[in-house]
Ligand binder design. Sequence first.
Ligand code: G3I
Length: 378
Amino acid sequence: MKVKHIASAILLAAITAACGGTQNNASQGLALKDVVADQFLMGTAINVRQAAGLDTSATNIVKKHFNAIVAENCMKMEEVQPEEGRFTFNDADNFVKFGEENGLTMTGHVLIWHSQCPDWFCVDKNGKNVSPEVLKQRMKTHITTVVQHFKGKLKGWDVVNEAILEDGSYRKSKFYEILGEEFIPLAFQYAHEADSTIELYYNDYGMDNPGRREGVVKLIRSLKEKGLRIDAVGMQGHMGMDYPKIEEFEKSMLAFAQEGVKVMITEWDMSALPTVSRTANISDTVAFQKALNPYPNELPDSVSQAWNARMKQFFNLFEKHADIVDRVTAWGVSDGDSWKNGFPIRGRKDYPLLFDRNYQPKPWVKEVIEEAEANSQK
Ligand code: G3I
């Protein structure tokens, strides 16, 4: 057993004893965060209602099973600076208050992203792209104001999100159109200038893709060559039953770590529904709807078993590489919270998270806790 695991086992034994527990009832006291106590942070995204204390079923799970949180939406550009010069931090301050009250490690998400970016940010009053100088100033003002508002409260920031495409080229966002590749190092520079103590991350999805993997490796190297701080790469980890291939995901984890940064799984979820290509016959909406929402009542046992096995396989991968993994964050608390219920069509029912709609841990979560308990009894 790895040293880290021995330490975890000792810690678990202590927790078990503290809970006055024996093998069979200790699991009431044990939590997911305890299983990986000294391997990596176990986190979850929380939404505005949960941060405001309006969803105690979910926040009870957060307090018991997680030691890290990220704001699903309330720190995004359109939420914190909806109009130029008007900053609104109410929801984000609730998030931080919840995190501080519960001793949770917090991550800021996200300083620069082409999506959920307010319409005014990259254009002038006539809707034309602003000059490079104007955009640089707007980025610097946004990043400086936001980072300094939360100074001393967060462990790190997703500085830039989803800027690299599957072939390793840059997404042709307005940031890229106006500033070229430079918008990324500028964002990291401004964030570091605003708070030199905070960790800085690049975050993206589909990171198992070899083209994107190479593009992100090049990006890490270019930031480091410029003497800029980058502490970790966020592999979002939005998965399905047939993607990513676990060996490709592992290759990317190792490739990023090779560049001297930590790896974070930042938005982990796994759709339990068949991946439906958008080329499906969408003119026949009934067939399309059925294809997109095949399990409107509950997940068939066979699918549930396959889903749990595949989630546990990835969890074991993260534990295998605990030396390079700093955090694993689920993108939501319970299945009902997930964005996947609204994508690619609203109103469908997915089962992608670690806790079900009754706020119960999924079978694989129970299994890893029970296995850790058993180890701690040895
Ligand atoms: O806040 C408004 C509310 O006022 C309005 O009544 C409601 C209905 O229109 O919409 C609310 O905004 C929604 C927002 O979530 C907050 O709930 C937006 O419509 C909706 O598009 C937005 O979706 C978020 C999505 O990012 C936007 O791209 C999801 O919750 C969020 O989980 C998702 O998260 C992203 C990560 O930030 C980056 N990686 C991909 C991931 C999934 O897309």
